[in-house]
Design a protein around this ligand. Structure first.
Ligand SMILES: [Zn+2]
Length: 458
């Protein structure tokens, strides 16, 4: 590691964390660096001690859980095995919206907590609180997973990201700090026009980040653009994709164009990093020390390789622990241990958000974003495209660029042909022209949304 990076890592960064009262992040980081190599039994013991503790606290202090446990006829001491967890009631976004105040431990003062909200990619945004201690463990977990890519504190990073609130306007203090701590170059994933993408590449070449953190679809569209236009791309050491489904096609084109390994990551606003890929690239390791993750299929735990819905319990957020929270994302467990030596259990790349799935003519499911590259990636001149499915057998393509815009016959034929290849023949396709397709509050771009799929998973 170059001397300046070492200086940042060992002196400036700890001093800065100590000054801001966030030094505990380093304590958590050291802990997670160690616990990732515990044996499977030791890890299980650690996670279960935390799970029992959080269930017990929730039952004693949080009105909502007291009531829901009582209604289910259980007490925390009944929960001794993974199968026992199935009797704990599930929690979904609507519960969080409707019972916000009952889901909170009244012993805590809200002034001492951090209020955040989800981006609302599957509906209305929801609020939730977490403690400063949870902030430190979340940041330490994210850092541990960043380090799996070869990154370390003190190196430069870039983010092809869209969440406006993650990019606060800089005051002079932050600007000065940014000069001493080269942290992140932010590239706005909400503005992926050809001109902007050209500029992103130039900015990256000047900034020379070691890693790029990116929305999966944004990285794929960027890679495809550089490839099609014969532009020499900036080559980072690694690309971390997150926040959206990483389609195998996305991984391939990102890998090929940037000549850098892709590390997929699964995280949400509510839990931060849930699982992350290591340098052996055989699935994503779960953040077991802080989260209890279940994959459900028909009310039971899914078998390895069997796709099911992800349900998460936060083990470290005392004031407002989310217990068996339904994320509406789907994936599968991977059996066995990873050759990297970490015993954190693994899951496969997230197969899709239930609302992303489009339903084909023969009832087949197609992950909506898998149509992004064959359509927008192949023909960037289409601009903003979004696919909505309200009824079986019908698709509505919303096209940005103004209400007076109409696609030419060649573009329409192209879209029909690509759609049929993925969803079967006979689908009715309609077009609607709009000024622009807004990104979600989180900055994520929703490429497809299906009401039918959503209803099927309810
Ligand atoms: Zn591994």
């Amino acid at each position: 590691m170059p001397i300046y990076q070492q200086f940042i890592k060992h002196i400036l960064n700890p001093l800065d964390l100590w000054r801001s009262g966030d030094y505990a992040e380093i304590r958590y980081f050291k802990e997670f660096e160690r616990t990732q190599f515990l044996s499977p039994d030791e890890l299980q013991e650690l996670a279960w001690a935390r799970l029992r503790r959080i269930l017990d606290r929730a039952y004693r202090h949080i009105p909502y859980y007291k009531e829901s446990f009582d209604r289910a006829g259980i007490v925390p001491s009944d929960i001794k095995t993974d199968t026992d967890m199935l009797s704990v009631p599930l929690l979904d976004k609507r519960d969080l919206q409707e019972h916000f105040d009952q889901l909170f431990d009244p012993q805590w003062s809200k002034d001492d907590l951090i209020l955040d909200k989800t981006g609302g990619s599957t509906g209305t945004p929801v609020n939730y609180y977490y403690s400063h201690d949870r902030k430190w463990s979340r940041q330490a977990a994210a850092l541990r997973h960043d380090c799996w890519t070869g990154y370390d504190v003190g190196y430069r990073r870039a983010a092809l990201w869209g969440a406006a609130r993650d990019m606060p306007p800089l005051g002079w203090k932050q600007k000065l700090k940014g000069m001493i701590f080269p942290k992140e170059l932010m590239l706005n994933a909400a503005g992926m026009t050809p001109e902007n993408m050209l500029q992103f590449n130039e900015q990256l070449k000047r900034w020379r980040p070691l890693i790029i953190l990116a929305y999966a679809s944004a990285a794929a569209v960027f890679a495809m653009f550089l490839k099609q236009n014969g532009i020499v791309p900036y080559q980072p050491k690694a690309i971390i994709t997150s926040a959206e489904v990483l389609m195998p096609e996305y991984r391939k084109v990102i890998n090929e164009v940037f000549e850098a390994p892709v590390f997929n990551r699964f995280g949400t606003r509510e839990f931060s990093v849930i699982a992350s890929e290591c340098d052996h690239h055989k699935g994503m390791h779960i953040m077991t020390e802080g989260l209890y993750v279940e994959i459900l299929k028909d009310g039971r735990h899914a078998e390895p390789d069997e796709i099911g819905e992800v349900v998460v319990t936060d083990l470290l957020n005392d004031p407002m622990p989310l217990i068996r929270y339904r994320l509406k994302d789907t994936t599968s467990r991977i059996a066995g241990t990873c050759s990297c030596g970490r015993h954190l259990p693994r899951i496969a790349d997230v197969a899709g958000r239930v609302t992303d799935f489009l339903v084909g003519m023969d009832g087949r499911f197609c992950v909506g974003p898998s149509l992004a590259l064959p359509i927008v990636g192949q023909r960037p001149s289409l601009g903003q495209v979004q696919i909505l499915q309200e009824e079986y057998g019908k698709l509505l393509y919303r096209i940005g660029g103004g209400k007076n815009r109409t696609l030419n016959q060649d573009d329409i034929d192209f879209i029909r042909q690509q759609t049929e290849a993925y969803l079967g023949k006979g689908m009715q396709i309609d077009f609607e022209y709009v000024d622009s397709i807004p990104h979600e509050a989180s900055g994520k771009y929703i490429f497809s949304r299906s009401k039918i799929a959503q209803e099927m998973f309810q």
